[in-house]
Design a protein around this ligand. Sequence first.
Ligand code: AMP
Ligand code: MG
Length: 422
Amino acid sequence: MTDASLAAAIGCLPEHDPDSLPVELARRVIAQLVTPVGGAERVHLNAALGRVLAADLLSPIDVPASDNAAMDGYAVRSSDLAAEGPTRLRVAGSAFAGRPCRDGPATGEAVRIMTGAVMPAGCDTVVPQELVSVVGDEIEVPAGQSAGQHRRLRGEDLGAGGAALRAGRRLSPADIGLIASLGQAEVQVRRRLRVAFFSTGDELRSIGEPLAPGEVYDSNRYTLHGMLARLGVDAIDMGVVRDDPAALEAAVRSASQDADAIISSGGVSVGEADFTREVLGRLGEVAFWRIAMRPGRPLAFGRIGAAAYFGLPGNPVAVMISFYFFARDALLQMMGATPTLTPLLRATACTDIRKRRGRTEYQRGILGVGPDGAMQVQLTGNQGSGVLRSMSEANCIVVLPHDRADVKAGEAVDCLAFEGLI
Ligand code: AMP
Ligand code: MG
């Protein structure tokens, strides 16, 4: 977290209804206040997936390391080729990937070459084999070849000392392959973010315990655990905290000493916010918002000691939506990751969707391909904010922006696909 005050960041927001803060404004305040944590470590490439690069990764070598052939064919000197009409050249040897030709050919000679093989000394051009006619130990090259064709130049992909990847990159399988191609076994990454999380509520039972009337199993703890695991943070599971000021205070105090970020679920809705607000107000600086969104709405955000605090709503779907649209980007920012665009897919709504203007609505949907081959999306039935089953059935969230009104079947909507996110 920066040292800037939360109150000052909120004070800079454009005019808004305090009872209905637009999603974008809340996201803006959060983004202003969280900062990357310090500390880095070296890890083996096999442990680097999803980690954030701590410094620019400079290539120690030229890639490719030498000029080489981009096609199977014959390496020639372009100066040997006649400007008009075919040219006959004697085949004086061969070059394979990993087995270069020792000596370059003499003037008037060509070398049989395979893709990836080092260009023989003196040769600058590759003539693809399908263009060439072989006549005994000679080839006939047709006119019209251009000097330098089908040859990859040394350092063309990356020069020695150039940045192969920039600091802040969350490493993908392709990135890890790229690092391996530079001959590096280890990579310098930021330390893992430590995120403590707990559920609140007297009605919650942990799995394995019997349920009394009115009680429910604590599912948020598992949802949060899964979502945090996908981000690659060190998740510290603090279990269930009772609706009791002393218990909440003890949990938050200990979490703030241990973790870079604290996530709680429940206890921020009207009726429960009062004691939460009182406890957190004593321990740090926390704003209690009512966001213009559905599902979701109550959200607390602030700082407890050096830790960022996210108080998510308790409803099982609201907790997920609030995590994805408020906590996830902030945690990535704290991990030191360079912000990347999460692409939204445009799809045709299969049915009418009721939407109230003046709030962002997130509907659970199933994206598929329609009879015309274009993307279409269907809602997953009951959209109640406690109905986790429809979240489980969904493969996307239909994001209906603040100013949009009802959607008619056949209109286009934006969808956030779960693949790669959830
Ligand atoms: P709250 O935000 O604490 O008022 O909770 C809103 C609703 O979400 C209530 O019906 C709670 O029982 C439910 N809820 C809160 N926390 C959890 C949880 N960890 N697991 C499952 N349901 C929860
Ligand atoms: Mg509660």
